[in-house]
Design a protein around this ligand. Structure first.
Ligand SMILES: C[S@@+](CC[C@H](N)C(=O)[O-])C[C@H]1O[C@@H](n2cnc3c(N)ncnc32)[C@H](O)[C@@H]1O
Length: 198
């Protein structure tokens, strides 16, 4: 395991990512599964599957699903959830670092460049997810501070500097406040990108 991959797994195992997926963004997995048209007779590979937010709904369509991720703790959580719900998924530890940084997968030009002639019908849509999980900006901040690995890691890194902690506290609550549509509802934007293999 390279130092970068070790760092990734350490960060994503912090907090409680399965609760982020299950309580905040559970609707995203089924959106992706439907966009891919997963169903019986199909083989699905979910890369960076985490605890199975998309892989588990994909398996419920009757597809043969492999969920891969670099963080064993999340694969374990996903395997337990799939077993609890009575659905079959193959869980494989795997590093997808060679696919390049995740934020670039939000750039259609980058994805087109990466997948090249191997695919056709690349379709990129900006969509929003209505999030109702947080009653106040402060509850959004406290949830991410305690449960979302990258945020937990950031707070750990600045723990010795109270001013930076206070600034991050302020900024995270401010981020939620700036997106508050009223009553704590927020719309989070994401890019849904699909392509068809040639
Ligand atoms: C925001 S979570 C998304 C998980 C899941 N797709 C979902 O919708 O809930 C990001 C995931 O990427 C995984 N990840 C980060 N770097 C990775 C890498 N180099 N290879 C494979 N998975 C990676 C993390 O372990 C984590 O599960």
């Amino acid at each position: 395991m390279t130092p970068t991959v070790r760092l990734m797994t350490t960060v994503w195992a912090l907090g409680d990512y399965p609760s982020v997926a299950g309580e905040v963004i559970p609707a995203l997995g089924p959106v992706l599964v439907e966009a891919c048209g997963a169903g019986p007779g199909m083989r699905v590979l979910d890369v960076a599957a985490g605890s199975g937010n998309a892989a588990i709904p994909a398996a419920f369509t009757g597809a043969e699903v492999t969920a891969s991720d670099v963080t064993p703790e999340l694969l374990d959580a996903g395997a337990k959830e799939a077993a609890r719900r009575g659905v079959r998924v193959r869980w494989e530890e795997g590093d997808a670092q060679a696919l390049q940084p995740p934020p670039l997968w939000g750039d259609p030009a980058h994805v087109t460049d990466l997948l090249g002639a191997g695919v056709t019908e690349i379709d990129a849509r900006r969509q929003t997810l209505r999030v109702n999980a947080f009653a106040t900006p402060e509850s959004f901040r406290d949830f991410f501070k305690a449960r979302y690995g990258p945020t937990v890691a950031t707070y750990r890194r600045i723990a010795g500097n109270p001013e930076r902690v206070a600034a991050l506290d302020r900024d995270l609550a401010g981020l939620a406040r700036s997106h508050d549509l009223g009553g704590g509802a927020m719309d989070w934007e994401y890019l849904l990108l699909t392509a068809t293999a040639r």
